[in-house]
Design a protein around this ligand. Structure first.
Ligand SMILES: *Cc1c(COP(=O)(O)O)cnc(C)c1O
Length: 397
């Protein structure tokens, strides 16, 4: 197969046999005419199948290296679809610092008696063995995690899940198939919110599930069709367009993120920086082994504490105050009150998501503008740091 960059740039060509359009058509049609009674051209109803969605699913399956993919209407629809494949009374072991929406869904389903769930710190793989029960069916892992960028050793964990007959699902939204080869590391299912890096332009909410085996793929396909969690043609078309530039976008996200992480690490107003690309990050060695790149998301704590956070968030002009991540524009937010507000307070505390934490999603703008903006925003909260940060910006740009 061609290099992923080539695969992505050329994707979707060949779908239009009528006019040979280079860009794949959007088959924005809910229904397809039958050729004869019982005879179709492969499609009858868009919930069950659509050529534009198929194009995206084929590309995602090829990119990840699995048996195939299912594109869903959101990242949470992808999570819901995986959970809906579980039998009654299944037990799920989930990363304790998973996405807030995933935590909320698991807690809700547990309260409804549909499953049971244990949230554990999987940075130590032995925590999985301790949480394991006879009815454990699924392990749900996010690595790196959001917002604290903790890493889970997928090779080590997958040895345990395989031995226990537990399906290992990896939510790889913070990276991409180009940066983390989850199936090679032992995953059975890989899940994405395509809202983030895969689409990358902050104009779609979407998701995807890629399955390692045909049997898992069939089960996911059946469930997505039965529950109606499938993605719409126009959204698939936008994700296909976004994916074409994924490799070049990632290069810029990562180069910028590393520069921002180094700048923050040397800044007097900053107490701690969480980014796996920094040598001081506890997951740095594992990231070098397990990932190809460090991603574009990072978080940091202010020395001045939680009270100074609103001042910094209000002061940025290049960074936009908004949730989400993975788009071309840089975003800044407070996880405790924004992206992770849906998480139960006790779970937030357990995961270390306190009010002094700021998360930034680094976009593809010019690095000088990003550092300058952070410098002036941090100076706003801590005026005595202004001179030091201006010097730091000068040396880094
Ligand atoms: C955003 C996100 C989700 C949910 O995706 P939506 O597209 O917002 O439904 C799930 N997991 C992770 C890690 C995310 O960042």
């Amino acid at each position: 197969m061609a290099h992923p960059a080539t695969l992505l740039a050329l994707s979707g060509q060949g779908l239009d046999g009528t006019f040979n359009s280079i860009v794949p058509p959007i088959y924005q049609s809910s229904i397809f005419r039958f050729e004869d009674v019982g005879v179709t051209k492969g499609y009858d109803y868009t919930r069950s199948g659509n050529p534009t969605r198929d194009t995206l699913e084929t590309l995602l399956g090829d990119l990840e290296g699995g048996a195939g993919a299912v594109a869903t209407t959101s990242g949470m629809a992808a999570v819901s679809t995986v959970l809906a494949t579980l039998d009654a009374d299944a037990h799920v072991i989930c990363s304790h610092d998973c996405y807030g929406g995933t935590e909320r869904l698991l807690v809700t389903l547990a309260a409804q008696g549909k499953l049971s769930v244990s949230f554990v710190d999987l940075t130590d793989a032995s925590a999985f063995a301790e949480a394991l029960r006879p009815n454990t069916r699924l392990a749900w892992v996010e690595t790196p995690s959001n917002p604290l960028l903790r890493l889970v050793d997928l090779n080590a964990l997958s040895v345990l899940t395989r031995a226990a007959g537990v399906t290992l699902a990896v939510d790889n939204t913070l990276l991409s198939p180009l940066q983390q080869r989850s199936f090679d590391l032992g995953a059975d299912l890989v899940v994405y919110s395509t809202t983030k890096y895969l689409n990358g332009h902050s104009d779609v909410v979407g998701g995807a599930i890629i399955a390692r085996t045909e049997a898992l793929l069939e089960s996911i396909r059946f469930t997505a069709n039965a529950f109606g969690t499938i993605a719409q043609p126009f959204d698939c078309w936008l994700v296909l367009r976004g994916l074409k530039t994924l490799p070049v976008r990632l290069q810029q996200h990562e180069a910028n993120a590393l520069a921002v992480a180094r700048f923050l690490a040397g800044h007097p107003a900053v107490a701690e920086v969480y980014y796996p690309g920094l040598e001081t990050h506890p997951g740095h060695e594992l990231a070098l082994r397990q990932q190809r790149g460090f991603g574009g998301l990072l978080s940091f704590r202010l020395r001045a504490g939680a009270e100074a956070v609103p001042d910094v968030l209000r002061a940025t002009t290049v960074f936009t105050l908004a949730e989400s991540l993975g788009g071309v524009e840089s975003l800044i937010e407070q996880p405790a009150t924004m992206s992770h507000a849906s998480m139960r307070p006790e779970q937030r505390a357990e995961a270390g998501i306190t009010d002094d934490l700021i998360r930034v999603s680094i976009g593809i703008e010019h690095i000088g503008d990003l550092l300058g903006d952070l410098a002036q925003a941090l100076a706003h909260a801590l005026p005595e740091a202004a001179t030091a940060t201006e010097d730091a910006v000068l040396t880094l740009t």
